[in-house]
Design a binder for this molecule. Sequence first.
Ligand code: ASP
Length: 354
Amino acid sequence: MTKLITFLLLILLCFSCKNENRTSQTSETFTETTIKKTEFAIVIHGGAGTILKKNMTPEKEEAYQAKLEEAIRVGYKILKNGGSSLDAVEKTINVMEDSPLFNAGKGAVFTNAETNELDASIMDGKTLNAGASAGTTTVRNPINLARAVMEKSEHVMLSGEGAETFAQEQGLTLVEPSYFYTENRFNSLKRAKDSEKIELDHDGKTAFYDLYIKDSKYGTVGCAALDKNGNLAAGTSTGGMTNKRYGRIGDAPIIGSGTYANNATCAVSSTGWGEYFIRAQVAHDISALMEYKGLSLKEASKIVIQDKLTDLGGTGGIIAVDKNGNMVMEFNTAGMYRATMNDKGELTIGIYEK
Ligand code: ASP
């Protein structure tokens, strides 16, 4: 009898230990996926890359921080007043597109042919509707075009001249291609071409893989938001990568790579070396890990950026928010311009790794 009781007690002990383990292993997932953290939330990025404090002047740092704050406050106000996450995403991105500090809109980088070709996309987590534009040269705010494609056309992605005709029909603001000229970006192109020459002279590597890009920063802008109605949205806008050729299109306008939103999981916007983000399907992969494996946003983002993307050789990062308002900023570069705000109006701004 005593033996039987001891045996039963042992089994009970084992069972409770096992349960305790399970609780501690999944407690992060449990809290992240079940507890509503904030009524609404917004998170933005202004590009990732080799952003080092030693290369920054205090003035430059201040300028970036001020612009990030100005942009995120625009979206915050919309959300606070009960506006939609889509409006918050679009209007927040507009502020960064109009600033020469970021590689989007006014600060877009140059192609090898010394032109500016812009890409953008937006996604509505409620309907899973999405819109994107690629390779435009005259649309002042490509994120507005992406939204028009989503809401006013029966397509998901328009490119080049056709996209511009559509933009005109929709009454969007068009500019001369020269509007996108900035001296800084033009100098970056010259540097990229020079380093390309050096590399070709030395070891004959292909033009697009160059030391300059490895050592550069990606200035794409993006925003993800959760509104008071529980709707998620994400958007991304970019000039692409310096010295890109042949009508190259990056990840920013590719739904599932540069942008993804789904009310059941999260909203994500990416920045980094686009070719890798397309191959790893970064934004959708994060959502899929949450949907099919029940991972938290934090866990899913870490796996996709620190394991999958990194193993592939890709660099960059993402910002994301889940349906409970948990916000994540994950990157494998030295820095990423970023900011978050919650329903209490608490603001965080970051540039470097920690
Ligand atoms: N992802 C963008 C692209 O490859 C670049 C960036 O993030 O700045 O076009």
